[in-house]
Design a protein around this ligand. Structure first.
Ligand code: UDX
Ligand code: UDX
Length: 463
């Protein structure tokens, strides 16, 4: 096969780890990850591997092994594009905040910008790969831009969605359930698919490399995320019913999960799903369905988001109600700010929305998260509090340690399922809290019996 140089545009949560693994598994290929963000590239190049811009278990070790061997991080976007045989587009595709489709459709301006840069710079034939999650038929737009450059360069466009989950990115990349490659039916399209499949075959068994047409591949990614999010909203809907009926959602999840047709994964009731993908991708799906006039399909999927918003809101309301209908001037300790454990990513984390609701009830909030910085936490909140008036409290701080965070608090809210929370000296935490001391376990991760024996009033989700 012919691929000697790969370029990836976008050094984010997807581009960084994915290219690190490709570089590790394909030592003869030179992989260059480029990004417009200079600070981010500098962090990827930092000699201190603890300062990489992304925290993922196992990632620093791989970057340490292959960086400057055959993995490079650079801001020289055009040079890397020009030299590459294969270009991955891995830039972000946020929800549109303006114009038609505002709040729902994916904003494709960065994708288009990449396509135009490639079109302008390329002097040799290239395989261009959509790695970002995109609305179905985006490849047609990319192709149209690339094919009208007039400089005789041939482009093949493939869709190769990434299914890694944050916190387990390296594990997911090294042993994926499947690698999906969508391409054109033509001979050139099939050759491009084979080139990419060959790269993955360095470590992924052949039977796990699935090839489809481009549109199926694009739509499969949106569908996979919609199905996963739907499972979380489904169990969360049941959690509310459990709370009313005396059933226990953990027991219900175990019981239904033993049905092999249902399976036990993604059945953990929670304060609500977060992350950069689920909400955005479902909105996208809803928008696409609407744009084809499929209102029932759109409404069906939108309900997954409505349920998730409800779950976040009712968690905050439950705290206020339980604390005698007022949290004004009371300290509430947040354990966890990231949208799930083992990541420093806070995008769409439930913690942000629960905090905003409690601040509007004039609570004071102290936060501890093992990987999130105060600056990140505050910038997350600034965005959601922007529309609130001055009656909302802004009294929120990040602490270095969980014990100080919980000191003198009226209640603890667990927002992320970090493993270390289970190992704390809960008696010590209890002794230093206001009484009665409440725990609202938004992840059902703590030991209820142990905490109740100490004296805590424990409220899990769905029990
Ligand atoms: C992912 C996926 O690629 C996308 O499919 C998914 O839907 C959302 O997020 P992710 O890696 O998590 O992207 O995004 P992010 O961490 O924001 O990284 C994107 C990077 O692209 C940023 O570092 C940004 O600076 C860079 N970028 C963006 C460019 O280099 N050029 C651009 O024109 C736009
Ligand atoms: C997701 C998809 O899993 C991945 O395949 C895709 O490439 C990107 O989007 P990610 O968002 O990183 O990955 O994490 P995921 O593990 O899917 O969790 C998403 C959210 O759902 C988290 O907030 C998580 O806490 C929540 N969740 C997950 C639950 O509340 N309950 C569950 O049972 C599972």
């Amino acid at each position: 096969m012919n691929i000697k140089k790969i370029c990836c545009i976008g050094a984010g949560y997807v581009g960084g780890p994915t290219m690190a693994v490709i570089a590790q598994k394909c030592p003869s290929i030179q992989v260059t990850v480029v990004d417009l963000n200079e600070a981010r590239i500098a962090a990827w190049n930092d000699t201190d591997l603890n300062k990489l811009p992304i925290y993922e278990p196992g990632l620093a070790e791989i970057v340490g092994e292959v960086r400057n061997r055959n993995l490079f991080f650079s801001t020289e976007v055009e040079k890397a594009i020009e030299e590459a045989d294969m270009i991955f587009i891995s830039v972000n595709t946020p929800t549109k905040t303006y114009g038609l489709g505002k709040g729902m459709a994916a904003d494709l301006k960065y994708i288009e910008l990449c396509a135009r840069t490639i079109a302008r710079v390329a002097k040799t034939d290239k395989i261009v790969i959509e790695k970002s999650t995109l609305p179905v038929r985006t490849a047609a737009a990319i192709k149209s831009i690339l094919d009208h450059t007039g400089n005789g360069v041939q482009f093949q466009i493939l869709s190769n969605p990434e299914f890694l989950a944050e916190g387990t990115a390296v594990k997911d990349l090294l042993a994926p359930d499947r690698v999906l490659i969508g391409g054109d039916d033509s001979i050139e399209g099939q050759i491009a698919i084979a080139e990419l499949a060959f790269i993955y075959s360095n470590w992924v068994p052949q039977e796990r490399i699935l090839t489809t047409n481009v549109w199926s591949s694009e739509l499969s990614k949106l569908t996979a995320n919609a199905f996963l999010a739907q499972r979380v909203s489904s169990i969360n809907a049941m959690s509310e019913l459990c709370e009313k009926t005396g059933a226990d959602v953990n027991e219900v999840a175990s019981a239904i999960g033993m049905d092999s047709r249902i399976g036990h994964k993604f059945l953990k009731a929670s304060v609500g799903f977060g992350g950069s993908c689920f909400q955005k991708d479902i909105m996208n799906l809803v928008y696409i369905a609407q744009s084809y006039g499929l209102q029932e399909v759109a409404d069906y999927w939108e309900q997954v988001i409505i349920m998730n918003d409800h779950q976040k809101r009712r968690f905050g309301r439950n705290i206020v109600k339980t604390l005698y209908n007022t949290v004004a001037d009371k300290k509430i300790a947040f354990l966890g700010w990231a949208f799930k454990k083992d990541t420093n990513d806070t995008r769409e984390s439930a913690a942000i929305y629960v905090a905003a609701d409690l601040l509007c009830e004039q609570a004071n909030i102290a936060v501890f998260d093992p990987k999130v910085t105060e600056m990140q936490m505050k910038s997350d909140l600034d965005l959601v509090l922007a529309g609130c008036d001055e009656t909302c409290s802004r009294d929120v701080s990040m602490q270095e340690d969980a014990y100080n965070t919980c000191k003198d608090a009226h209640a603890i809210a667990v927002l992320t399922e970090w493993d270390e929370f289970k190992t704390y000296d809960w008696q010590r935490i209890y002794d230093n809290m206001m009484k009665p001391a409440f725990i609202f376990d938004g992840r059902n991760v703590l030991d209820r019996k142990e905490l109740e024996t100490i004296g805590f009033i424990y409220k899990g989700i769905g029990s």
